[in-house]
Design a protein around this ligand. Structure first.
Ligand code: ADP
Ligand code: MG
Length: 290
């Protein structure tokens, strides 16, 4: 009877738009303790927007916007798309020596002036003095926006606030998962203050922030070493190693092909309530077998 009920469970999950790779995946999904969520595009809509631009030392706002967008044209990060969209009515200058600095931002040269665009850690690596922006950075982050800094020729030039609102169903979906007894965590490369503001709004227990892409799988491993059975829920290419490391990787169906190939469970609906559906079915199926 046991293999039959597993097959029934996999079939029932499919009715809810949840693809379970195999019997083993369903079994592991029935005994999880901890759910780890990627932030961008998983808890949030993944369509961030620029909500504020502040400049420093008489730097012209239009110039800062055009330069930032010119740099970000070379990046496929969601933050980059926000800046490019914001500059849609600007003429963008030519960029040379463009580089993507994974987990930090981008750099390049425009009109022979070296530019850096990204987070505070990037500015610190290059000894840019960001004290003039400190208060504004803090205010933006406490409101759940991600601060992105522009430095030109070694000087702080501008600060962008970029907001990525929570997905509409995140709060209710996470409440349901809480009621099922899981510990809920957020894992993100974003800064800690922004991450905490969003985690609080969403109703998550804990935040692991400021994690570099290659550190995400390691963060999952640490939770496992503490004896937790961990699912990772994500959509990005960045997340594939963490999805693989987790006891159960759960990919959002609209995510990258790599994420879907790696995951034990794929949600065909881009909807976090499908996570609760999937785990409830796994639990019910395995309970019936005992
Ligand atoms: P996540 O996918 O969790 O947001 P990333 O590792 O992609 O994390 O990025 C971490 C942080 O690095 C971002 O929150 C942002 O501050 C900065 N960053 C990365 N890429 C860019 C970019 N193209 N433009 C501006 N900032 C960036
Ligand atoms: Mg990501």
């Amino acid at each position: 009877a046991t293999p039959m009920s597993i097959i029934a469970g996999v079939g029932r999950a499919a009715e809810f738009g949840v693809l379970v790779r195999d019997a083993d995946a369903l079994q592991r999904a029935s005994s999880l303790t901890t759910l780890v969520f990627d932030k961008t595009g998983t808890l949030t809509e993944g369509k961030p927007q620029v909500t504020e631009v502040v400049t420093f030392g008489n730097y012209e706002a239009a110039r800062a916007v055009a330069q930032a967008a010119a740099l970000e044209q070379g990046s496929n990060h969601p933050l980059a798309q926000a800046i490019v969209a914001y500059a849609s009515n600007h003429r963008l200058p030519e960029t040379e020596q463009f580089r993507t600095l994974s987990g930090y931002g981008v750099s390049g040269t425009i009109d022979a002036i070296p530019l850096l665009l990204g987070n505070r850690a990037l500015m610190e690596q290059h000894q840019i003095d960001v004290r003039a922006a400190d208060e504004t950075i803090m205010r933006m982050a406490q409101h759940g926006a991600t601060p992105v800094l522009l430095a030109a020729d070694g000087q702080l030039a501008a600060l962008f606030a970029i907001r990525d609102p929570l997905r509409q169903e995140s709060v209710s979906a996470l409440k349901r998962l809480h009621n099922l007894g899981y510990r809920l965590l957020m894992l993100t490369g974003d800064n800690e203050v922004t991450a905490r503001a969003i985690a609080q709004e969403a109703g998550l227990d804990e935040v692991i922030a400021g994690v570099l892409p290659e550190g995400k799988a390691q963060a999952i491993k640490q939770l496992q070493q503490q004896g937790q059975q961990v699912a990772m829920i994500g959509d990005g290419i960045n997340d594939a190693p963490a999805l693989a490391q987790a006891d159960v990787g759960i990919a959002l169906g609209s995510g990258s092909d790599v994420a879907i190939e790696t995951a034990a469970i794929t949600l065909m609906r881009h909807d976090l309530t499908a996570v609760a559906d999937a785990l409830s079915i796994a639990k019910a199926t395995l309970r019936n077998m005992k």
